[in-house]
Design a protein around this ligand. Structure first.
Ligand code: 5AD
Ligand code: SF4
Length: 437
């Protein structure tokens, strides 16, 4: 068979990194990646189940592959990721999409190469789902998307059970990697040209590594890795954000002055129904503490609009919180019912029209603040880690500042992977424009 593959990734950075690992494993088996799915002998779809539209897009994509499979029975269709951890999804695939060859889940991606071998040698479909994550599998290869920055898992799973969220069911309970494993991975990455790492976990603040090492300790350890220049992390749950982590922002010069701190709602009442375990006031206090310790810190958040029972008053609390915090950016989501979560059973679901109307008001507010915040950077000089052309073939390059602002500027291929001084000359809602100094 022709050894080419293509991976389609839905969802969060965790999935993106899983796809990098699958690509790494396939490269080791002599496969080569292709840009377009239509040219691949093996197509992999890594799914997300956090909201309904991701589900829909997955089934749409699967539908598109039917013809290809009919024309070429050797074409291998592989599906994995969060959706596969739900039995009803597996049932639907088996009933309606029989052209899928290999199904596996979030806990056994390391088994993928063997599943391919089995599918080819036995000429038989393979389905292997592990209900829980067992021992963390170390030492898997990874084919990074970027030369100079890398995603690094520090923990897997989530124990929080926010009532709207499917993740605890698809990613299992919290498990932390050993600090030594993380450090040795990061050292290897740095030797391979990585300058920035993004530490990943559903809630990095509850990291507990061997020897009682917590997340703040881990940051101090990583800050001492020679050659590493930037450390970022996501996501942290406000209820677990410790004073020691705030102090780490002050002490660790490599830790970027930026935090993603999902608030979800500004209404204490709704936060309670969401099982978030903090109040609006506690969240605002936390923001104040962070800003006092690290005045230049930039902040982003996630907000859900239209959670069951959300009244106009609750929603105005969210608008009020956004006005108070003034986020650099915010990801806003329409509440989406997820099968098997407690909120699925809540009565008072909000009508779509109301959700959309609130959503639009929130987005307008969030964007106007982002615009004002970005405008303040005009005239400053920012250190930008150059990632690559903004679009393939373009002479406009892009990169991120310490505060995670996206900057576009005229550049060249030699700059990729370097830290460039860029004078900011213009600003938009979602990005800055600049010129190389
Ligand atoms: N509906 C809408 N948004 C959701 N999120 C998680 N579950 C849901 C849901 N059921 C959002 C949260 C989370 C982000 C990754 O996705 O804001 O922080
Ligand atoms: Fe989902 Fe809440 Fe866990 Fe985040 S902390 S993954 S929103 S359950």
């Amino acid at each position: 068979m022709e050894k080419t593959f293509h991976i389609t990734t839905f969802g969060c950075q965790m999935n993106e990194h899983d796809s990098e690992i699958m690509a790494g494993m396939l490269l080791e088996k002599g496969f080569v990646p292709v840009k377009e799915r239509k040219d691949a002998a093996v197509a992999i779809i890594n799914t997300c189940s956090v909201r309904e539209n991701a589900d829909k897009r997955f089934f749409g994509t699967l539908g598109q592959l039917k013809r290809r499979k009919m024309e070429n029975p050797d074409f291998l269709v592989c599906v994995c990721g969060c959706m596969m951890q739900q039995q009803h999804v597996i049932d639907t695939i088996k009933a309606k999409y029989p052209w899928v060859d290999i199904i596996f889940g979030t806990h056994n991606i390391h088994r993928f190469p063997e599943l391919i071998d089995n599918a080819l040698s036995e000429k038989k479909k393979q389905t292997e789902i592990w209900p829980d994550g067992g021992e963390i599998v170390e030492g898997l290869p990874s084919k990074r998307l970027h030369q100079s920055k890398a995603l690094v898992n520090i923990m897997f799973g989530c124990n929080n059970f926010c009532t709207y969220c499917i993740v605890p069911y698809t990613r299992g309970r919290e498990r932390s990697r050993k600090p030594q494993e993380i450090l040795s991975e990061v050292r290897t990455l740095v030797d391979d040209g990585v300058r920035e790492i993004m530490l990943l976990g559903q809630n990095v603040n509850s990291y507990r590594g061997e020897g009682g090492i917590d997340f703040a300790d881990l940051l101090y350890l990583l800050n001492d890795v020679d050659g590493l220049e930037r450390i970022r992390f996501m996501t942290s749950h406000p209820k677990d954000l410790s004073d020691r982590l705030i102090q780490a922002f002050v002490d660790c010069e490599k830790l970027c002055r930026n935090i993603h701190l999902p608030v979800q709602s500004g209404s204490t009442e709704i936060l309670k129904k969401m099982n978030r375990r903090y109040t609006k006031e506690a969240y605002l206090n936390l923001v104040e503490k962070l800003r006092k310790a690290v005045p230049s810190i930039t902040m982003s958040t996630d907000i859900i609009v239209g959670f069951p029972g959300e009244t106009e008053e609750d929603f105005s609390e969210t608008l009020d919180l956004v006005r108070k915090v003034r986020y650099d950016s915010a990801f806003t989501f329409l509440y989406s019912v997820r099968k098997g979560t407690p909120a699925e059973k809540y009565e008072d679901q909000i009508p779509e029209a109301v959700k959309h109307e609130r959503f639009n008001r929130l987005v307008d507010l969030v964007n106007s603040i982002s615009m004002e915040k970005n405008a303040k950077y005009v005239g400053t000089v920012q250190k930008v880690l150059v990632e690559g052309p903004a679009k393939t073939g373009s002479s406009i390059f892009s990169g991120r500042t310490d505060g995670f602002k996206l900057v576009n500027f005229r550049g060249n291929a030699d700059m990729v992977g370097t830290m460039a001084d860029i004078r900011i000359t213009g600003s938009n809602t979602f990005s800055l424009e600049g010129e190389v100094l």
